[in-house]
Design a binder for this molecule. Structure first.
Ligand SMILES: Cc1cc2nc3c(=O)[nH]c(=O)nc-3n(C[C@H](O)[C@H](O)[C@H](O)COP(=O)(O)O)c2cc1C
Ligand code: SF4
Ligand code: SF4
Length: 407
């Protein structure tokens, strides 16, 4: 079943495209080994720091973002690995000995200046890591030392450190970028200029997840105080997709995506905009590493159903459909079609359309009726119907017009 899931990237063979992102589920050798036994193709270690990087964690370090029913994201203020580099050097050798066919990527962070980065890169490579991931994107704690996100926001620094690491490395060097920049494509170009073999995007997004309105304390509440943290999980997927698409449009190196994947369909979307390998963290933290079974089964079934011979065939196929806003066809409009077997005449859509659409819906005998002459085709009604009774049907106006033609 899984033959078609195999992916090659930077000369490395991944038995499937799913790997664990650098995070709590990869915080020790035992956790990584357990995940490998369950079927993950690879893992990125929790970021390993050079001795000179200061690191001291706090508690609590997580805060949940919820919709009415479930957790849709996590804010974390966790720092990089607590474990000393000596632990990780032994762990990498040990994991690779037991699982030679799995891909182990060492996530690393050096102290300021290139020498520290070169030193840790060499040590992690010599321990047996298959590739390195340079953490230029952690938003927590290390920025005060000019590290993590502080490097990722400086294109020249990205280029210089990547180049220095490449000078001492024989294994692929992946650069992990932060979305907390104006142009992530510009940051990716800096990494590629420095010789990066791959790009990982995205790390978490800087946020303040909430305020406890009883105590007026920002969250997570660390003894009455808090700080800004990094957002991950389902709610960041649209930002991750945009970042990956922008990077894929500007570079040719493989993209190791991370950002809000909770099911195989999300992975396919990321692949469609250029991701080669997908990394997952938050969904594993919330649902457990056994989700790998459903991810592999779902993706294999999709490939078979759609007639794709391999995962590689999906990579980037949606990119040429991303065009400028001006170039979108102004001669195309969608109108609601009501499924009367589902419509319960609750009138939600009528009210919503009258307030935020164009007053195009009214209740008739069978159910809701749309006046297409008034309908502006915004599609809002189709999202709020509790019974899923509204679908939007396209109407071509017979002309193909873009904004230049209309104005
Ligand atoms: C609690 C927590 C700790 C993390 N620690 C690291 C880290 O040490 N190094 C790193 O590169 N990314 C770290 N990340 C970021 C993840 O690797 C990943 O880029 C991000 O969470 C987006 O993916 P997701 O939405 O699947 O979680 C951490 C994320 C979380 C939630
Ligand atoms: S929201 Fe749905 S169920 Fe309610 S009136 Fe509109 S179409 Fe019918
Ligand atoms: S698409 Fe927009 S304007 Fe048209 S009926 Fe629905 S809410 Fe109203």
């Amino acid at each position: 079943m899984n033959g078609c899931l195999e992916v090659y990237s930077n000369g490395l063979r991944f038995e499937n495209p799913f790997i664990l992102a650098s995070a709590p589920p990869t915080a020790s050798a035992q956790l990584i080994k357990n995940a490998f036994k369950k079927g993950w193709a690879g893992a990125v270690t929790k970021t390993i720091r050079d001795e000179d990087v200061l690191n001291s964690n706090v508690s609590p370090r997580l805060s949940a973002i919820k919709d009415r029913r479930s957790v849709i994201g996590l804010e974390n203020i966790e720092m990089i690995s607590d474990k000393p580099i000596g632990y990780w050097l032994e762990a990498i050798a040990d994991i690779k000995k037991e699982f030679p066919g799995k891909i182990l990527i060492g996530s690393i962070m050096g102290a300021q200046g290139t020498e520290s980065w070169k030193k840790i890169a060499r040590r992690v490579m010599e321990a047996g890591a298959d590739a390195l991931e340079l953490n230029f994107s952690c938003p927590n704690g290390v920025t005060a030392q000019g590290l993590g996100l502080a490097i990722g926001q400086n294109t020249k620094a990205i280029e210089v450190i990547t180049k220095a690491v490449k000078e001492v490395c024989r294994i692929p060097v992946i650069v992990k970028l932060t979305p907390n920049v104006t142009s992530i494509a510009g940051a990716a170009r800096g990494a590629v200029k420095g010789g990066a073999d791959g790009i990982c995007a995205i790390n978490t997004i800087s946020v303040l997840s909430g305020i406890d309105i009883e105590t007026m304390t920002p969250l997570p509440d660390v003894d009455g105080y808090s700080t800004y943290g990094g957002l991950s999980g389902r709610c960041i997927k649209p930002i991750g997709l945009r970042c990956v698409a922008e990077i894929a449009n500007e570079t040719v190196v493989p993209i190791y995506e991370a950002g809000g994947i909770s099911c195989w369909e999300d992975a396919v979307e990321y692949m469609a905009v250029g991701a080669r390998i997908v990394q997952i963290c938050t969904e594993v933290m919330l649902s457990g590493s056994l989700i790998i079974d459903g991810l592999k089964r779902g993706l294999a079934g999709y490939l078979e159903r759609k007639g794709f011979a391999s995962v590689g065939e999906i990579c980037g196929v949606a990119l040429n459909k991303l065009i400028t806003h001006q170039a979108l066809n102004r001669g195309y409009i969608v109108h609601p079609q009501i499924d009367y077997s589902k419509c319960g005449k609750c009138e939600n859509c009528v009210e919503i359309c009258s307030e935020s659409g164009n007053g195009a819906l009214y209740v008739g005998e069978e159910g809701v009726i749309a006046d297409n002459k008034k309908c502006i085709g915004c599609s809002l009604c189709s999202f709020i119907c509790p019974n899923g009774a509204i679908s939007m049907i396209p109407t071509k106006l017979g002309i193909t017009a873009n904004m230049q033609a209309n104005f």
